[in-house]
Design a protein around this ligand. Structure first.
Ligand code: AMP
Ligand code: MN
Ligand code: MN
Ligand code: MN
Length: 278
């Protein structure tokens, strides 16, 4: 019997809409057997999630999704099985979060130039953790104000590179992010590789560098990929010898295309990231 693994999700400790407890209960209800909370740049929700998972008898994997800048673009690296109390990881994540407040002010100022006023306060009303203001919170506020019809429309019209409301950020360096995850005993995983617009040469360089730095995993089946991309990144995993991971990247009911536990299984030809887990 194969287990249902969902190893990528967000609570309101980052840009998800549910509390860690609500998220865990929803995962359990949806038939997830092994679950990871991977909030952006923050581990504060992991204790609550672990406790809630214990209460419903579901296996829990402490995780994080770190914002990285590599080759001038944002890249997300998931760390699985991390020790949330590791001081190096905690300090690294704190530094990574640092610029978010100022960026939020700049996003609001940029939207105000478009005649969309008071968006800092409007976004803040959606924030569960003031240290983690995300573009998603602005997106929810713009939908709430009926300036856009959906979150994805917000990212098409605003907040993405080249659009009003986009503020460039320099996140953690790849070497740092991997060091923090490895020092915390975790496994580094390239999140949703299909979402980056690296050139093929850059993508190959990324996979090489990632492996050299001690990275082991790549997401193949994720809520961000099409079935065609499941095959494409299954090939990448095999070609480079990555362990394969999977996760819904669930953020909120009625917002995320794939619900918790809703993904198809990993292709059987791959070695899963959990192959060495006890
Ligand atoms: P931030 O870390 O504040 O830059 O926000 C990044 C988050 O915005 C991602 O983790 C997604 O949750 C969300 N996001 C980015 N692009 C899109 C998009 N095209 N559609 C929906 N959500 C997006
Ligand atoms: Mn997100
Ligand atoms: Mn991501
Ligand atoms: Mn994510």
């Amino acid at each position: 019997m194969s287990l249902n693994y969902d190893l990528h999700s967000h609570s309101n400790v980052s840009d998800g809409a549910l509390s860690p407890t609500e998220l865990v209960r929803r995962a359990h209800r949806n038939g997830v057997d092994v679950f990871s909370l991977t909030d952006h740049d923050e581990v504060k929700g992991l204790n609550e999630a672990a406790q809630a998972a214990r209460a419903c008898g579901m296996r829990f994997v402490p995780g994080v999704e770190i914002s990285v800048t590599w080759a001038n673009k944002t890249l997300h690296v998931v760390g699985l099985n991390i020790d949330p109390d590791n001081p190096l990881l905690i300090e690294g994540l704190r530094k990574t979060r640092e610029g978010r407040q100022q960026r939020a002010r700049q996003i609001a100022a940029s939207l105000a130039e478009q005649g969309i006023e008071d968006m800092y306060e409007a976004a803040l009303a959606h924030v569960g953790n003031p240290a983690l203001m995300s573009r998603t919170h602005f997106a929810r506020a713009l939908v709430e104000r009926q300036i856009c019809g959906s979150i994805s429309e917000v990212f098409t019209r605003f907040l993405s590179e080249g659009k009003p409301g986009y503020v460039p950020m320099t996140w953690a360096r790849l070497e740092e992010a991997l060091e923090w995850i490895l020092q915390a005993g975790g496994q580094p995983v390239i999140a949703h590789p299909g979402r980056y617009d690296y050139t093929p040469v850059q993508a190959d360089a990324l996979y090489d560098v990632f492996l050299q730095l001690g990275g082991t995993g790549i997401e193949v089946v994720t809520g961000s990929h099409t079935p065609e991309q499941y095959r494409e990144y299954a090939d990448v995993a095999q070609r480079y010898g990555f362990l394969a991971s999977c996760g819904s990247d669930f953020h909120a009911p009625n917002e995320s295309r794939i619900d918790l536990g809703g993904l198809p299984p990993l292709p059987a030809r791959l070695r899963p990231i959990w192959q060495a887990w006890s």
